[in-house]
Write a protein that binds this ligand. Sequence first.
Ligand code: OSB
Ligand code: MG
Length: 402
Amino acid sequence: MQRDLLSCAAMKIDAAVVSPRARSGFDQFQVEQIEVRTVRLRLNEPFETSFGSIDSRLIFLVSLIGEGLTGWGEVVAAEEPRYSYETVGTARHVIRDYLAPAMLARPLTDLEDLSARFALFRGHNMAKAGLELAYMDLLAQSRGESLSQLIGGTRPAIAVGVSLGIQSTLEQLLRRVDQYLALGYQRIKLKIKPGWDVDVVSEVRRRHPDILLSVDANSAYRLEDLSHLQALEDFDLLMIEQPLDHDDLVDHAKVQAALRTPICLDESITSVRRARQALDLGSCQIINIKIGRVGGYSEALAIHDLCYGKGIPVWCGGMLESGIGRAHNIALASLPGFTLPGDISASSRYFARDVIVPPVTVSANGLVDVPQSCGLGFAIDLDYLSANTENVERIKIKNFTA
Ligand code: OSB
Ligand code: MG
């Protein structure tokens, strides 16, 4: 184990005196080196959505070194541009050529400073988020706080659900549902697409009349499919996630107006501005917040605050993250507005061995503890990382001038 959780240093401030998010401008932090690394982890079983199936995950990790500390983040982009246009390749390019130089140029004052530097570059939210995550881990460590404390989290434990991919048979899916309910997960989300929807949902609901059940279409339907989507109304679903196009708000508003079941947007919400517009238009009643999709903590916190103020429930989505991204998701989901179970499963749901120690575990009543130790709250298994690394690059401050 190469990182001592108790050794994170320095300036411990009294959280009761200064509220966590009111402290901008407090710290000056010079990042000296950025390391980007890809690590391939096999999935325990293939994960299939309406846009395809994968059996391994190329995990893209970012670590920042500065002032004797190392902070870790994860870029959640996939290898192919299917969920979003970003890929591991585009993120590597954008980080190396634009974001890393902006980050290293001069000391960072706070998260706002970092996101303002990144805002000069359009899009590439997952690349930006990876660096923001690592910066927040550093900041938490330098203050001797947990990530959850740093962002104003209030929950000691978070409720979690599981996202179940499209299976080869209905029987297989039913077994998976039973398996994850027995493990304690509080909500089951079924991936759906045309041909794997009404009958499947009907059968799961028939067998489990009382569970929290939702579906996620990952944009597999068109506005013309409205009557088909209406057939899902009989199953008392918690929500229908992202039925239409990845960037649509207008047609979702039409679908929401025709359904009792809440629509939840995932892909379409890429910023706090888009979240506000979705709520103004009536495109959804619930929002899935993914730190990567929205470009980092700054935007994720802003969406949380917007929804919290309006009484719109939010929950934390997942991207088959390694433990590093998962630890950040746990911190995010500890904010008070995260009132629905997140897609934050145990490490073992996806990976035989995770890159963090200890792995994330889910209790028998479907809760994940929010770490209280400083930074991420998990140690990084550097030996295991090294053994599975496909590529590693280091970008140093001396390469750049401000
Ligand atoms: O739409 O929520 C999604 C995984 C990859 C890409 C998109 C999605 C998902 C999931 C899995 O549903 C959530 C998880 O990490 O467990
Ligand atoms: Mg989704």
